[in-house]
Structure formats: structure tokens, C-alpha cells
Design a protein around this ligand. Structure first.
Ligand code: NDP
Ligand code: 8X3
Length: 250
């Protein structure tokens, strides 16, 4: 029987690449994001391989999250994998100069949004006494770097939530994987720098960063381990990176 995955943040980067990887494994998909046209394009691309359902909502909007997920037909609530990937950094600067709207976007999206989605999906997994939750944290959640402050805090929260889920869902046979990537070239830095392509490009200059497909490949490996095996915590760097701020550039 084919498996079913819900992916948040499937319109771009890691989420989109993972949708493609899952489709290649024959995993049916519920793909989520705010940009409906991108979801429709992805659905069109993958529908010859697997069943694809789209859901449009902002993870920060609790009511929208609940309404969208609860609107799924019963067969699409039989979820085997939840990939909590939606998220972004907004801004890079000292905490004393921080923009409160950016803080709200990161805490509400990266932390509360992940919780809102999980709150709906966990009971479905508990009812079936199986499932796998994969949370995308970051190196930023393991190590705070200068000017990263609130983004790092939001990802440290994801690390703690992953641990909490692993402990509390343990009686229910539910796997929890936390993945902490280093530098992955996606739309991430364009969002962080509010569309400033020069600043965004500079992040990845002089070294070979990870690409979204590298992380998707690892997620695909993670969700295809035997039932008794869980990869609990995965840190992934590009070879040129040794910490958030130590990168060997040409
Ligand atoms: P992208 O900007 O390419 O993708 C972000 C995805 O998240 C998009 O699909 C976007 O969809 C979705 N998203 C963002 N905010 C919301 C929201 N409020 N509601 C619903 N969906 C939202 O970046 P990445 O692929 O790099 O990022 C994916 C995850 O990986 C994030 O959690 C990020 O923090 C994490 N990460 C990224 C790293 C990197 O270097 N790139 C390294 C470590 C972790 P839409 O805009 O359509 O809603
Ligand atoms: C994304 C990686 O180092 O820009 O989470 O925070 S970093």
C-alpha cells in the first residue's frame, strides 16, 4: 500500500525538492504553502507518478491551518509522514535593532506554525499508532551566531519541540526526526534579505553550498528506514562549512 505525506512549505526549496523525491518513491502527497500557483504547477508535474492534493494556508494563521487540514477527506488523514518544513528567516541584524514584525514572522511561522500543523496531525497518527514526523530545524538552532538572535531562537525551539515530540509520542510508535541543515541555496536568503539579490548571492559566494535536493535526498533516506529504525537528529553541512560562521571560501 502506498504511503501518504503532508509537506509544509512545498512551493520552494527543501519542501519542493522533497515532494519530488517522495513522488519518485511513490509516496502520495498533500502539498502546502501560500503560493497556490506554485502548488498547482507542482501538482501538475507530479500527478503522473502519485496522487497529489494541494492545501493553501499561512501556517501562522491557526484557524486557517485547522480549517484546511480538517477539510481533508478521511483517506488523506491517514498520514504516514509529516514534514514540518515551512519557515524562513526575516532579517539579519543586532537584536537591539531588530524589527518586531520580523520577530513575529519568525516566532509565529517557524515555531507556532509548526505546532499548529502538528496539533492537527498528531491525533491522526496516534489513532493509527504509527507515523513519522520530520522537523526542519537548522544549524541556527544548535548554535546562535552574531545577528541571528531571533531566527536562532526559533530554530532552537524547533530542536526542543522535536525532543518533546520524541518523548511524548514514544508510547504511540511515532518516529520523530530533527534535521538541522547548514547553508542550503534556496529562496531562503532572498526572503531573509527582503529581495536584495546582492546580499542573498553573497551568502553563497566562494564555496559550494548544499542544494535543496541534498536535503531531500537525506529526508527520503530517513523515511525509508525499516520500522524499528529512526534517525533522530541529523546535522548536515556543505563540506566547506564547519560552523554557522566558519566557511572556507575561495
Ligand atoms: P525557501 O524560502 O526556499 O522555502 C520556504 C518555504 O516555506 C516556502 O515553500 C514557503 O511557501 C514556506 N513558508 C514560509 N513561511 C510560510 C508561512 N507563513 N506559511 C506557509 N508557508 C510558509 O527556504 P528553504 O527551503 O531553505 O527553507 C525550508 C526550511 O528549511 C525552513 O524552515 C528554513 O528555516 C530551513 N532551513 C533552511 C536552510 C537554508 O540554508 N536554506 C538551512 C537550515 C534550515 P510560501 O511562501 O508559498 O508560503
Ligand atoms: C539557515 C542556515 O546559517 O543561515 O537556517 O541560519 S543559517
Amino acid at each position: 500500500m502506498s504511503k501518504l505525506a503532508i509537506i509544509t512549505g512545498a512551493t520552494s526549496g527543501i519542501g519542493r525538492a522533497t515532494a519530488v523525491a517522495f513522488a519518485n518513491l511513490g509516496i502520495d502527497l498533500v502539498i502546502c504553502g501560500r503560493r497556490i500557483e506554485r502548488l498547482n504547477e507542482l501538482k501538475e508535474e507530479l500527478s503522473s507518478k502519485v496522487k497529489v492534493h494541494t492545501l493553501t494556508f499561512d501556517v501562522r494563521d491557526r484557524e486557517a491551518v485547522e480549517t484546511a487540514l480538517n477539510s481533508l477527506p478521511e483517506e488523506l488523514k491517514q498520514v504516514d509522514i509529516l514534514l514540518n518544513n515551512a519557515g524562513n528567516a526575516h532579517g539579519l541584524g543586532t537584536i537591539q535593532d531588530g524589527d518586531v514584525a520580523d520577530w513575529d514572522a519568525m516566532i509565529d511561522g517557524n515555531v507556532k506554525g509548526l505546532l499548529y500543523v502538528s496539533k492537527v496531525v498528531m491525533p491522526w497518527m496516534i489513532a493509527r499508532q504509527k507515523g513519522h514526523i520530520v522537523n526542519i530545524s537548522s544549524i541556527a538552532g544548535k548554535q546562535t551566531y552574531p545577528n541571528g538572535n531571533v531566527y536562532c531562537a526559533s530554530k532552537a525551539a524547533v530542536e526542543a519541540i522535536s525532543e518533546g515530540m520524541r518523548l511524548d509520542l514514544n508510547p504511540h510508535n511515532i518516529k520523530v526526526t530533527n534535521i538541522a541543515p547548514g547553508a542550503v541555496e534556496t529562496e531562503f536568503s532572498m526572503v531573509r534579505f527582503k529581495g536584495d539579490a546582492q546580499k542573498s548571492d553573497a551568502v553563497y559566494q566562494g564555496f559550494q553550498p548544499l542544494v535543496a535536493e541534498d536535503i531531500a535526498d537525506i529526508i527520503a533516506f530517513t523515511v525509508t528506514r525499516p520500522a524499528h529504525v529512526v534517525l533522530a537528529d541529523i546535522l548536515v553541512y556543505p563540506t566547506a562549512q564547519a560552523s554557522p560562521s566558519v566557511v572556507k571560501r575561495q
